[in-house]
Structures are given as C-alpha cells and as structure tokens.
Design a protein. Structure first.
Length: 464
C-alpha cells in the first residue's frame, strides 16, 4: 500500500540544523551607535539563545566615547531587552555579557589600534584554549592606568599588606567581573611555575652560574655587577650576596630576581630603615634546613624558595585568595593538591627545566591536547603599568601620600629621594630597566604609605 512521503525527518525534530561557527573574537567598530544597540547585539543574543553561538566567543566594542565595560554592558542589556525578538533570560544574558568588553579609542589614533591588537592577542589565545578544553568563554579584563589608581585602596584592604605589583589590582578587577558574570568558583595554575621551574630567571641564573665554574674566576658575578653598572642601578656589596647565598644553602635564581627588585631599597629607604636593613637578613629568617639544602640540586633550592616566599607570600595573598574572596569568588589550585605536589617533588629537575625549555613535563602533557601555539608559548610575566600613580593630572590622594609631610610622618622613606625620582623617571626610556626599577620603587612607596594610612594612621590622605 503506497504511503505519503514524510516532509520532515522525525529524528531531526527539535535539533539545531545550523552549522556552528568556530570560536572567534568579533570587533564592532562604532559600537556606541544605534546599529550595535538595535541590531547587532540583539541578533547575537538571539543566536546565543538559539544555541547557535560557539561557547568560546568574545565581542569587543570599539568607539570614541569614554565608558567602562560595566557601563557598556548595561547599555547593551537595556537595548537588548527593548529590541530582541526573544525575551531576555537573565542567566543567559549574564553569561553572554561576560564575553563583551569595550575598547575606547579614536578611529585615527594608531596607538589605539596597537592596544586593541594586544587585547585581541590575549582574547585569541584564551579562546583557543577554551575551545580545546571545552570551557565557558574566557573573560579578559581591559585594565587601564586609571583603574589601578581607582582600585588600589581596595586592593590594600583586601591583601591587608603593601602590594607592590600593580597587576594584583587587575586581578581584583577581574574577580569582580567573574562574580558579575555569575561564576563563583575558578581554577588557577598557581604552583605550576613554582614546582616546574617556569620563571625566566632560572635560565639567566643557569648561564651566570655556568660562567662561575671556570677555576679561579667569578665571571658570572662580574657579569651581574657589570650589567647593573651599565644600567646605572644601585648595587649591594659582594659580601652581602655571599651572606645571602650562605643562608640558603648556595646559589639560587631567586637571589637574582628579588635582588634586582630590592635594589630600590637602596634608593628610597630612610636612614632609620637602612639601619634596620643592615642588622637583618630576611633570607636567614626563612630557616632553610641548610644541612640538607647544601646537598640539593640548585633548582630544588629554587623550588623551596618559590614555595615559601613567592607562592605563599605573594601569589596566594595578593593575587589569589584574598583578592578573589573580596568579590566572593572561590579559587581552587590543582597544582597545590598534595598528591600533585608529592609527584612533582620526586621528579628529577631535568623534567622541569630541560636545557632552556621550562615546565618541560607540563608542555609534553599539553602537547596531547593543545595546539603548538599554546603548549610552545613562551612564559609571559603578568604585569600592569607601574607608572599609573603618576598620571597627569595626578590623583590628589597620591600627592598627599607622597608629600614631605606624610613621608616624614611614617618615617619609612627618604623624602628627597622620592621627590627626585618622581620627576626623574619620566626622562627615562619607557620599558628600560632603569625606568622599571624607579617605577617599581615608587609603586612600593605608594603602596606602603597607603597601607600605613589604612591600618595605622588615617591622616595621611583623603582617599576617593
């Protein structure tokens, strides 16, 4: 008996027949106009509601008007509620909006396009990883110098200590963005660089200590001191370095890293602080088990310092739990799992630094799942601009914290040196070591003065 042919396949009923596009970053130029608000964003939201957008997609609005990401997203939400063909689902919008950001620039400003390129580089890399490990769209926060000035008081309150690294303020802002997107728990890779030798100074230290192997010559030490002298950097005495190395079992890459940062003390400390510095050795206060450490591989001594100082004292405090929980975001650390740590602690250093390939074992593992552009990517130190506190016009509270009266009231820093370097650093080449050193020193002065104001003497400045 003949039957009428089916017009539709019942097995495909309810299924989305559209082709899913690849993850990408969409840039909308002129994003403050009607076309974006009435057509483009409502259309993208409807695609998301229909399940036709890839899970890893980012939208960047490019326009001249001065506005924050939050204001931009709020305007888009209002427009989408008005012009979308589907009613707005609050949870879906929150997820969609977390992938939307705003980039302010004039269309004839070449530097604005350079900044956009850097932002897109971060977004593309994050989207690529999200696609391969099948996670939600990445959240990449646009952090401007003005944001550092605005958020630093909250950062010091969250960390309850002076924070020199301005990138911590960026993470504080990112945590707020994560919380606003409806996410409450995040994973982070803290511990990977510490346990698997991921920092670049291990490589430079390997070269310098190799030069010291020549009998009767300390070419590595000569190279260090010559480098600092050529860059007009202050230096500690040779005996000071020997005392430090003796207190931690021998040469250590972290002496180079922290030694370079701590040269700012020689520039900015007051006489009373120098007297305290001369009588103490904070490296010895770590109480490394010297009878055992002297027999360790130098890289393992570096791992010990990284875990005791950098991980606990900086990453978990100023970049991890404290800044995240300030926005009620819980951070979980897979690399701090006891079983993971125990496994990595038993590995020979050659599986961590093979030649000059850092995190060697982790890269081998990542090779199974990720493309070469990810697992072969060089280590990039996460940092934010250090000169944010010295914008023109200067934020009033910064001038108050660094005034001769406030500096004299706390007693930590040499007021004459602070006033000199606040002007002198502007004449240095941006990105040069001398300028970075001066900027980091001034950031330390601001952070310490701000901490003193918040927790000891609330009469140094009028905070915004």
């Amino acid at each position: 008996m003949p039957t009428e042919s089916l017009k539709t396949n019942p097995l495909r009923e309810g299924l989305n027949s559209r082709t899913m596009p690849d993850p990408c970053t969409l840039v909308i130029f002129g994003a403050s106009g009607d076309l974006t608000h009435r057509k483009l964003i409502p259309a993208l939201y409807n695609l998301a509601a229909d399940g036709a957008l890839p899970p890893a997609i980012s939208v960047v609005g490019f326009a001249r008007r001065d506005k924050t990401d939050e204001i931009f997203r709020a305007e888009l939400e209002e427009a989408t509620r008005k012009f979308s063909r589907q009613s707005l689902n609050d949870e879906l919008w929150k997820s969609f909006a977390s992938s939307v950001s705003y980039h302010r620039s004039a269309f004839d400003n070449f530097e604005g396009y350079q900044d956009l390129a850097r932002k897109l580089d971060e977004l593309d890399a994050a989207n690529l990883v999200a696609r391969h490990i099948k996670t939600k769209p990445p959240i990449v926060e646009d952090f401007r110098p003005a944001d550092a000035v605005k958020s630093y008081p909250d950062l010091i309150r969250a960390a309850e200590a002076p924070v020199i690294d301005t990138s911590c303020a960026a993470l504080l802002q990112l945590a707020r963005r994560v919380q606003q997107s409806g996410q409450k728990v995040v994973l982070t890779g803290e511990g990977a660089d510490e346990w698997l030798i991921g920092y670049p100074w291990y490589k430079s230290n390997k070269i310098l200590e190799g030069l010291n192997l020549l009998p009767g010559l300390r070419l590595g030490e000569l190279a260090r001191r010559s480098f600092l002298r050529l860059n007009n950097m202050p230096q500690y005495s040779r005996q000071f370095r020997r005392d430090v190395e003796d207190s931690i079992g021998g040469p250590n890459a972290w002496v180079d890293a922290y030694g370079l940062l701590s040269t700012t003390k020689l520039r900015f400390y007051s006489d009373s602080m120098h007297a305290v510095r001369m009588q103490s050795n904070p490296w010895a206060d770590l109480q490394m088990p010297l009878h055992r450490a002297k027999h360790w591989h130098p890289l393992n001594r570096g791992v010990w310092i990284a875990g005791r100082v950098t991980l606990a004292g900086h990453l978990l405090q100023a970049k991890g739990d404290r800044v995240a929980m300030h926005s009620s975001v819980e951070v979980r650390y897979p690399f701090l799992d006891e079983k993971v740590f125990d496994f990595l602690a038993h590995l020979h250093p050659k599986w961590k630094l093979r030649g000059f390939h850092d995190k060697y074992l982790l890269r081998l593992l990542a090779k199974r799942w990720l493309p070469p552009s990810v697992y072969q990517r060089r280590k990039v130190i996460f940092r934010a601009p250090l000169d944010s506190f010295h914008l023109d016009p200067e934020p009033p509270y910064i001038g108050q914290l660094l005034s001769p009266e406030s500096l004299a009231r706390t007693g930590y820093f040499d007021s004459t040196a602070v006033q000199h370097w606040r002007k002198a650093f502007r004449q240095m080449r941006p990105g040069s070591l001398p300028r970075l050193s001066a900027e980091s020193g001034l950031a330390a002065v601001v952070a310490t003065q701000l901490w003193h104001h918040l927790y000891i003497d609330p009469h140094l400045a009028d905070l915004p």
